[in-house]
Design a protein. Structure first.
Length: 218
């Protein structure tokens, strides 16, 4: 059980927390502390002691929530992609059957999510092509999961109903590649360029759909 010294300093005026609330607070403090250090450094360059010091907890408390720093990194990957996947799925469901609206909604959700979680996406972008092997693999699995989910959505569009699974898989992969490129542009973009990036993302996705409609493998 977490002790007082294991927890971030409480607010003197706050209502006493339950045990589960204390555990959740400590866990989130550790994840947030890790992200703060990851803003400008690779995951392999930060230490457990740095993270616990930043979070205001003892090293002992860390192991009550994560088996290792590697597990903490995997949780960051899992939670970030899970949240974005839920948001995109909900957005697509609202406009299902209208590809143009679907593209606009997906692009808008992605850009807003990146803007709201810049440190997290910097971490993912950095670790996607280097760093800890298990994190690279986890990020790759999550990106593939996005593509697989999109294939199932694409099956429901009448304008794509004549395409077979390999073709739909290729379309989904291209769209996910556009999403990844959009994230990378946003991370390096100067202030005020979000609308231009959004338009470019929408245009690229529309081009993929239009090309798919006209495509004849024969």
């Amino acid at each position: 059980m977490d002790t007082a010294s294991d927890l971030p300093a409480p607010d003197a005026d706050a209502t006493p927390l339950t045990r589960q609330e204390r555990k959740a607070r400590t866990r989130q403090a550790l994840l947030g502390a890790a992200l703060k250090h990851l803003e400008h450094r690779s995951f392999g360059a930060i230490s457990l002691r740095e993270v616990t010091k930043e979070a205001g907890v003892t090293p002992t408390a860390f192991y009550r929530h994560f088996e290792s720093m590697e597990e903490l990194g995997l949780v960051l990957v899992d939670e970030s992609f899970a949240e974005l996947r839920v948001m995109l799925r909900g957005g697509r469901a609202e406009v299902f059957g209208r590809p143009g609206a679907d593209i606009r909604v997906s692009a808008d959700i992605l850009i807003r999510h990146v803007e709201q979680h810049l440190p997290l996406y910097r971490f993912i972008a950095r670790e996607r092509s280097g760093g800890v092997a298990s994190l690279r693999a986890a990020i790759r699995r999550e990106i593939n999961a996005f593509s697989n989910e999109l294939v199932e959505d694409l099956r429901g569009y009448p304008i794509l109903q004549d395409l077979d699974t390999p073709a739909l898989d290729m379309i989904a992969s291209l769209m996910v590649s556009v999403m990844v490129a959009t994230v990378e542009r946003l991370l390096d973009a100067p202030p005020g360029s979000e609308d231009e990036i959004r338009r470019r993302t929408e245009d690229q996705m529309r081009l993929i759909v239009l090309g798919a409609i006209q495509w004849d493998r024969a």
